[in-house]
Design a protein around this ligand. Structure first.
Ligand code: 2BA
Length: 107
C-alpha cells in the first residue's frame, strides 16, 4: 500500500477529489499554506493499493497540472479606451509524493 501526498490549489483540488471519489478512492483534504509564498493551498492524503497509484497520479495530472489561462485585462476608463486585452497567466500545478505504508489498519 502507498500513501500519496499531493499539494495543489484549492480550485483544482475540488475536481481532483470528485474524480477520485468517482473511482471509489478515498481522500483526506487538509487546508495548508506554502512555506515560501504563504499562499493557501490544499494537501490531499490518499491511501491506495499499489496498483492504483498510477491512476491517482493520472487524475491529479488531468485536473491540476500547470496550464496557461487567459484573463481579461480591462484598460482603465480614464484612458478612454474600452478594449479588453486578455493576458496569459500560468495556473495550477501539483507536487506529488508517493510513500510506502508499513501498516494500514482501521480500528
Ligand atoms: P511549487 O514548486 O509549484 O510549489 C507549490 C507549493 O507546493 C509550495 O508552496 C509548497 O506548499 C508545496 N511544495 C512544493 N514542493 C514541496 C516540497 N518538496 N516539500 C513540501 N512542500 C512542497 P510555496 O512553498 O509557497 O512555494 C510556491 C512556489 O514558490 C513554488 O512552486 C516555487 O515555484 C517557488 N519556491 C518555493 N520555494 C522556493 C525557494 N526556496 N526559492 C525560490 N523559489 C521557491
Amino acid at each position: 500500500m502507498k500513501l500519496i501526498i499531493s499539494i495543489m490549489s484549492r480550485e483544482d483540488s475540488d475536481m481532483v477529489v470528485d474524480a477520485l471519489n468517482e473511482e471509489r478512492i478515498q481522500v483526506t483534504k487538509l487546508s495548508t499554506a506554502g512555506g515560501f509564498l504563504g499562499f493557501g493551498n490544499i494537501t490531499l492524503m490518499i491511501g491506495v493499493e499499489d496498483y492504483k497509484v498510477d491512476k491517482v497520479i493520472s487524475v491529479i495530472s488531468q485536473y491540476s497540472s500547470k496550464r496557461k489561462q487567459l484573463l481579461p485585462n480591462a484598460m482603465p476608463a480614464e484612458l478612454g479606451i474600452s478594449t479588453v486585452l486578455p493576458f496569459e497567466v500560468t495556473v495550477g500545478g501539483a507536487t506529488v509524493f508517493v510513500i510506502d505504508v508499513d501498516r494500514y489498519k482501521k480500528v
